[in-house]
Design a protein around this ligand. Structure first.
Ligand code: NCD
Length: 315
């Protein structure tokens, strides 16, 4: 449940955040950039302890949350995989959450099951931040994606944002689409057949007048696109490996494709990438995915400051 104004409790879904709350986080993130770079110091979260509990692999999300906490003078405990934890003995998520909620001041959770973060919040006395729940949502990724669009394009309203890739299982695409609709962007959905955006997200975009077009190949929309948001096919979510093989390698962003796009097109990706962006794109001015990954630090500092900093403990 979100709080009012700038006070937040859990961050589970983009639906929990108002446009005003998102703007407040992004403003705060801007102030955090020098500290995120190591150019300034802060002890805003001194004495606060975050638990970072990851039931699924992660590089950027986990390390940027930990970096954010430590840059603000706080500390982190947790696990990066369930190996060696009581999860291996059969402990339930509810019981693990009860423990870490008693030990620490906030919890960052990544879990393979959709709905796990919401469930965790119901067993926690401290804020729960959803760092990805299966094919569900990834709200803090969305905040850093919005921050990146805002800083690279100067605004969001009126932009054509094309989401390319596995829109069925890709949680970053689900959260970002829902958030972009709050900001007046036009969202185009580009996926291989069978990996289309879930109907409830499409319906929401249509109701919010944020839906542009849906198609199966990036060539169809590249000329009209301002932001091309590329995602990986979520191999681990496929019930049948044969189905994965059918769609693997179906799209690739390369210089030839970008040559058909606008001069000031930007390319984003939550990372990790597999083969969906050719490395030759990395050296072009379009490529924003590494700065996007860095932006995870100031944005997560802002989120942590808002749930743990002054005024952030109140519900
Ligand atoms: C994404 C995720 O975990 O959903 N990664 C991330 O957090 N940056 C995207 C992905 O794994 O494809």
């Amino acid at each position: 449940m979100p709080g009012t104004g700038n006070v937040m409790r859990h961050v589970i879904s983009v639906h929990d955040l108002s446009r005003e709350q998102i703007e407040a986080i992004l403003d705060r993130a801007r102030e955090m950039v020098p500290i995120a770079r190591g150019d300034g110091r802060s002890d805003l979260l001194a004495g606060k302890l975050l638990s970072s509990i990851f039931y699924e692999p992660s590089t950027r999300t986990r390390l940027s949350f930990e970096t954010a906490m430590k840059r603000l003078g706080g500390d982190v405990v947790g696990f990066a995989s369930t190996a060696g934890t009581s999860v291996e003995k059969g402990e339930t998520l509810a019981d693990t959450i009860r423990m870490v909620s008693a030990y620490t001041d906030a919890i960052v959770l990544r879990h393979p099951r959709e709905g796990a973060a919401r469930l965790a919040a119901s067993f926690s006395d401290v804020p729960v931040l959803n760092a990805g729940d299966g094919a569900g949502q990834h709200p803090t990724q969305t905040l850093l994606d919005l921050f990146t669009i805002l800083t690279e394009k100067g605004g969001i309203e009126g932009l054509d944002v094309s989401l390319l890739g596995d829109l069925r299982y890709g949680r970053t695409a689900h959260s970002l689409a829902l958030a972009l609709a709050k900001f007046g962007a036009r969202i185009n959905l580009v996926s291989p057949k069978g990996l289309e955006m879930p109907k409830e997200v499409v319906d929401h975009l249509k109701a919010a007048r944020g839906f542009g077009t849906a198609c199966h190949g990036p060539e169809e929309i590249i000329a009209d696109t301002d932001v091309l948001y590329v995602t990986r096919i979520q191999k681990e979510r496929f019930p049948d490996p044969v189905e994965y093989e059918r769609v693997a390698g179906k799209y690739r962003v390369d210089l030839e494709l970008l040559g058909k796009g606008k001069q000031d097109l930007i390319v984003m990706h939550p990372l990790p990438r597999v083969d969906e962006i050719s490395p030759e794109v990395d050296g072009t001015p379009c490529a924003k995915y590494f700065i996007q990954a860095f932006n995870g630090v100031p944005v997560r500092m802002a989120v942590l400051a808002m749930v743990l900093g002054e005024g952030g403990d109140a519900e």
